[in-house]
Design a protein around this ligand. Sequence first.
Ligand SMILES: [Fe+2]
Length: 197
Amino acid sequence: MQLNYSYDALEPFIDTKTVEIHHNRHLKKYVDNLNKALENSPKYQCWSLKELIKNSYLLPYNIQNDVINNAGGVFNHNFYFSGMTPNSSRFPRPRLLAAIECQFGTFDEFKSIFKATALKVFGSGYAALCVNPLGKLKIVTLPNQCTVLPIDLCPVIMIDVWEHSYYLKHQNMRDKYIDDWFEVIDWDFAEECYIQK
Ligand SMILES: [Fe+2]
């Protein structure tokens, strides 16, 4: 996927080199590996990422794991990069804000719960605020490249806490990275995700 911003646009919160390597090497690798997994299965090449992930049990057994892991990697990274902007409002838009306040009390309380959850991800993975089909918000963690799709949730905001997302700038200080990521969240995108659910 093409980014809607340049590699240096998220400075000083997410550094240029990290965005460039993350997008141009890590995400690209998942795309390349997914294409490779499907190269001998043309029947499935027209399936969307969501279809591949949700219906992976229909795929030939010998490619299921590669497709799940790499389609998950592409889906999660596409969402992560789409969810950031250099022009963040730094505050949720009205409908999502109302839902956050209804469920978590205040935006600050939500932020502290989300941050604590993201800090607890053991090893590599993601933390996400999601909405279920009934419109209820839920904070979840996802190991490795698991996605929220099989559990019927739609992501609203999602942070990648694999070390490659922050180590060049923040080293082992994941907490500082989470604080910086909050400064570049695209709340317009989050509002759309919440409304469309
Ligand atoms: Fe990543």
